[in-house]
Design a protein around this ligand. Structure first.
Ligand SMILES: Nc1ncnc2c1ncn2[C@@H]1O[C@H](COP(=O)(O)OP(=O)(O)OP(=O)(O)O)[C@@H](O)[C@H]1O
Ligand SMILES: Nc1nc2c(ncn2[C@@H]2O[C@H](COP(=O)(O)O)[C@@H](O)[C@H]2O)c(=O)[nH]1
Length: 212
């Protein structure tokens, strides 16, 4: 949107946080959303966990050693971070802030502790919780994905129920029964939230136009 005279800065982008228990399908849904060309920028997280087969540094994650990650924490390079299933995961702060200042919408795919920290810093963000159709199906998905040890699956399932209990802190809940349906619901949320922001912006610009 264009700036009005000498007054207001460019409209900020919308920050969208997609979280939910491990294995619910956040990555699958985000990959499908990318194909829908929604004008969303995808944040790439840093982690100390080892890359899985096919994962590429800088695309799936920035893979870091523990000391490197702790250096990022000490340098305040992370918007949020959490320890999860024995590893650190965190969102590079600068990229998110620059993207939003540029007026672009960004999506973070992160677990629940981290999402709640982002909410403290960006209460105006849009927080979406992705739910499995059932806990049995969650277990089935994480197991058939074939990327986690039995112990890691046990860890992840044991925190899943605690994570779901925090759903009340989110703006929206979407059940990932079918990927396409979940994506359509998320698309509707994104479009509606953008409209809300644009309407507020337009009103502000009109108001400024009237009083200056
Ligand atoms: N709607 C769905 N129906 C059936 N299977 C699904 C669905 N969505 C995702 N899956 C499958 O569930 C598994 C877990 O999905 P995915 O890796 O996207 O989960 P995630 O939430 O990103 O996990 P993590 O948090 O551990 O990164 C994958 O094998 C994926 O193909
Ligand atoms: N708090 C954060 N959580 C993150 C981030 N990036 C990913 N994640 C979440 O971690 C778990 C485990 O991921 P996995 O790739 O090992 O299966 C999952 O819930 C991710 O969404 C982050 O930057 N911060």
């Amino acid at each position: 949107m264009t700036n009005n005279t000498n007054t207001m800065e460019r409209e900020q982008g919308v920050l969208i946080v997609l979280s939910g228990p491990s294995g619910v399908g956040k990555g699958t849904v985000c990959a499908a959303l990318r194909k829908m060309n929604l004008d969303l920028v995808y944040s790439v997280s840093a982690t100390t966990r080892a890359p899985r087969e096919g994962e590429v540094d800088g695309i799936n994650y920035f893979f870091k050693k523990r000391e490197q990650f702790e250096h990022m924490i000490a340098n305040d390079e992370l918007l949020e971070y959490a320890e999860y299933d024995g590893n650190y995961y965190g969102t590079p702060r600068r990229f998110v802030e620059d993207t939003l200042k540029d007026g672009k919408n960004i999506i973070l795919e992160i677990e629940v502790q981290g999402a709640l920290k982002v909410k403290q810093k960006f209460p105006e963000g849009v927080f979406i919780f992705l739910l499995p159709p059932s806990l049995d199906e969650l277990h089935n998905r994480i197991t058939t994905r074939g990327t986690n040890s039995v112990e890691s699956i046990r860890n992840r399932m044991s925190v899943a129920a605690d994570e779901i209990r925090l759903i009340e802190h989110y703006d929206y809940a979407v059940v990932n029964d079918e990927v396409e349906k979940a994506c359509d619901k998320i698309k509707s949320i994104v479009v509606a939230e953008r409209c809300k922001q644009e309407r507020i912006y337009t009103k502000l610009m009109q108001w400024i136009g009237e009083v200056t």
